[in-house]
Design a protein around this ligand. Sequence first.
Ligand SMILES: NC(=O)c1ccc[n+]([C@@H]2O[C@H](COP(=O)([O-])OP(=O)(O)OC[C@H]3O[C@@H](n4cnc5c(N)ncnc54)[C@H](OP(=O)(O)O)[C@@H]3O)[C@@H](O)[C@H]2O)c1
Length: 253
Amino acid sequence: MKLGFIGTGKITDAVVRGFCTSAVAGVEIFVSPRNTGIANALVEAFPNVQKMTTNQAVVDAAEIVFVAVRPPVALAVLSELRFSSAQQVISFVPLLKQADLFAAVQPATRVGRAIPLPSVVYHNCPIPLFNISPQIAELFRYIGQPLLVNSEAELHAIWTLTGLISPYYHLLYELSKWTISHGVAAETAHQYVADLFQSLSHMAQQQQPIDFKKLAAHAATPNGMNEQAAKEITEKGAHQVYAAACDRLLTRF
Ligand SMILES: NC(=O)c1ccc[n+]([C@@H]2O[C@H](COP(=O)([O-])OP(=O)(O)OC[C@H]3O[C@@H](n4cnc5c(N)ncnc54)[C@H](OP(=O)(O)O)[C@@H]3O)[C@@H](O)[C@H]2O)c1
């Protein structure tokens, strides 16, 4: 399978590294020359990666083309390229709507959108997919957990959540800092906070269906620590702050 990447930045770096360290077989990868440093490093690290001299050379070499440039330049970059009807085009660009993407890559018609995150490097990342062929969904399975979504509106709501990565790490940072300030060794505090939240998410993932409210209620023993903290944090409006931030992020789409 021949994979091409237009835009060799952070997410292409992660996706290419994810594929090249996965069990996927028979994959050839063609990356565009920008960013030169990242493209060169990928070529050096993996024998099946080639840096092409132009974006068009990437498109010409690939059966599946991934679009990974920043939103403001995406349409201009695509408008300079000639695609073929046999190609599949998958965009990682949040603000490039399906209809505009479809129009920009004609005569290619198999066109979809995906949200990989840098954790694809560890082959452990949910990857929401919209309008994607079963072949591509299977390909993404090598670097994460494909999640098919039914509409662009759904995709945008889910994409909104990816704006909470930094706030999430800030929360973990604050909890770690508080733990250290109460005498716990920094290494122990960081490890425990990272592992605690990983373990709570893992527990939720095991439920069928997942019911966060039930998990919260189950943990809140009457008069226990969880009931006390949940009450205080809810009353102070922390959860509404997250919902309001998501509302504002969604308007970007
Ligand atoms: N990072 C993530 O976690 C993530 C997750 C999902 C989706 N996305 C989306 O994926 C896209 C790329 O994100 P990113 O984080 O990888 O951004 P990035 O690190 O800024 O990468 C974008 C790359 O595009 C290159 N570029 C600029 N103009 C180009 C052109 N005309 N032709 C070819 N390449 C060009 C840039 O090269 P120079 O460095 O030389 O300027 C840069 O390396 C964005 O739309 C982003 O929203 C990112």
